[in-house]
Structures are given as C-alpha cells and as structure tokens.
Design a protein around this ligand. Structure first.
Ligand code: NAP
Length: 248
C-alpha cells in the first residue's frame, strides 16, 4: 500500500505495455487510477476490470496526449469525478524510426507531439493543483535513447532527451511546493514497441545487454510505483535507468 494520503493517479498510455503494468502496480498500491490511451478500446476495458480487482476505481479514457484541450478536459473530468490527482505517470509514447536523411516531416512531428508535447500537456494540467495542495509526484517515462541517442531515432531520442530536461527543470520549480518530479529511462523492455524488431536486431541487442535479457513492463512499473510512493520522498529530478546494464 502506498503511504500517500490522497490516492488518485493518472497514467497516460495505460492500455498496453509499461503504462498498463503501471496501472496494475498503482492499483495494487491503493490508488484510484485514471488512464488514457489512443485507440485500443478493447485492451482498456479489460484493464479496467482486471485492475479494479484490487478494490480501487480504474477508469480508462480515449485521449490523444498530443491534443492539449483533450488532455485538459480529461484531467478536469477526472478531478471532478474521482478526486484531485496526486500522482501522474506519462508513459504514452511512439516511435517512427528512420535515418535522418530519410526522415519525413510527419514522422518527426508525430513523435515530438506525442512523446514531448504529451508530457508537457499532462504536467501543465496537473501541476497547479498539486502546488495548491502542496504535494504530488510525477514520473515521466524517458528512454536510454534520450540519454545516449540511438541511430535511426533522432526524433525519438530528441523527444526523450527533452523529457529529461523538462523533468529536471520542473523538479527545480516545484520542489518547494512538495512536488517531486522524476524520469525513468528504460532500455529494451518486452512490449509491443520492441516486438517489431527482427531476429537479427534482437540478437544484437541481447549481446549488448550484460544481463542478457530484455526487461519486463512489470519491472519498470515497480520502479515507477516506488518513485511515486513516499518511500522515494527524498528523490526528485532524478533520471533512473532500468536497462539491464546496456549503457555501462
Ligand atoms: P507500447 O506497448 O507501444 O504502448 C504505448 C501506449 O501508449 C499504448 O497504451 C498506446 O495506446 C499509448 N499511446 C500511444 N500514443 C498515444 C497518444 N497519442 N495518446 C494517448 N496514448 C497514446 O509502448 P511501451 O513499450 O509500453 O512504451 C511506454 C513508454 O515507455 C513510451 O513512452 C516509450 O517510449 C517508453 N520506452 C519503452 C521502451 C521499450 O523498450 N518498450 C524503452 C524505453 C522507453 P493504444 O493502445 O490505444 O495505441
């Protein structure tokens, strides 16, 4: 059980992968959870039922995080119906890989709009309420690509590096209001996002990971749940890598 007094959490990109595992972890920790997703209604409805078995409210809403007004409306409705948000986890993210010489403007734009603007939209909408209540915790999902860069992913790496700068700046702005803002930077995690890798790329990736396996969404969610909880009360502005050692 998380030890915060007010327990409403937002999770973006909750229908699949790391976001989905985070919804489960926070529900288990006693949070009512409002999550959003872009299109997969079926996964969202199943998740609502499964996670609510922890005895909390779990509500999924179709919201495009790239759309500022939709995000504002979603968060206003959540706070009216469930209560003030005390934790926000921004996991919604996409890839549109291409070497820069072949990069299409739309591929660049979609990735920045979803991955970086999405984080801004959510944080912008929750942070004033958290300041007024003098408390809250935000965890933004970055990537090791945002720390070290990844070939064919200039768009994705830029968005994830942007999240790190954003997280540190917001941590400085809001620490005095009792708000903690951290980033998690995963390496290869077994989700739909990496399922598209071909066998050769997968073998190459595994060779470069000291632990010789990809991580699981649950392992990332456990770290997120820790950062959200009061057990991490003195951690803010941190970028925690969870990558099996790939960046050593
Ligand atoms: P995933 O399995 O592809 O799931 C992505 C989730 O984001 C889905 O729930 C999807 O909704 C949602 N989403 C995508 N675009 C959205 C939008 N515009 N508005 C709202 N929701 C949107 O991805 P994942 O692997 O769990 O990745 C989660 C986060 O971790 C991402 O930010 C990713 O960049 C980051 N990350 C992943 C890895 C990895 O190896 N998997 C490594 C480093 C960082 P729908 O189901 O409706 O499409």
């Amino acid at each position: 059980m998380a030890d915060s007094t007010n327990r409403v959490a937002l999770v973006t990109g909750g229908s699949r992968g790391i976001g989905r595992a985070t919804v489960h972890a926070l529900a288990r920790d006693g949070f009512d959870v409002a999550f959003c997703y872009r299109s997969d209604d079926e996964s969202a409805r199943t998740l609502e039922k499964e996670a609510a078995e922890s005895g909390v409210r779990v509500v999924g809403t179709r919201v495009d995080v790239a759309d500022a007004q939709s995000v504002r409306d979603w968060i206003t409705a959540t706070e009216d119906e469930i209560g003030p948000v005390s934790a926000a986890v921004t996991a919604a993210g996409i890839t549109r890989d291409n070497p820069l010489v072949l990069m299409e403007d739309a591929q660049w734009r979609q990735v920045i709009d979803t991955n970086l603007d999405g984080v801004y939209h959510v944080c912008r909408a929750v942070v004033f309420g958290m300041m007024k209540r003098r408390g809250g915790s935000i965890v933004n999902i970055s990537s090791v690509a945002g720390v070290y860069g990844h070939g064919t992913q200039t768009n994705y790496s830029a968005s994830k590096a942007g999240i790190i700068g954003f997280t540190r700046a917001l941590a400085k702005e809001t620490g005095r209001s009792g708000i903690r803002v951290n980033a998690v930077a995963p390496g290869f995690i077994e989700t739909d996002m990496v399922a598209a890798m071909n066998d050769k790329a997968r073998k190459e990736a595994l060779k470069s990971i000291p632990l010789r396996r990809m991580g699981t969404a649950d392992e990332v969610a456990d770290l997120v749940a820790y950062l959200v909880s009061d057990r991490a009360a003195y951690i803010t502005g941190a970028v925690l890598q969870i990558d099996g050692g790939i960046t050593i």
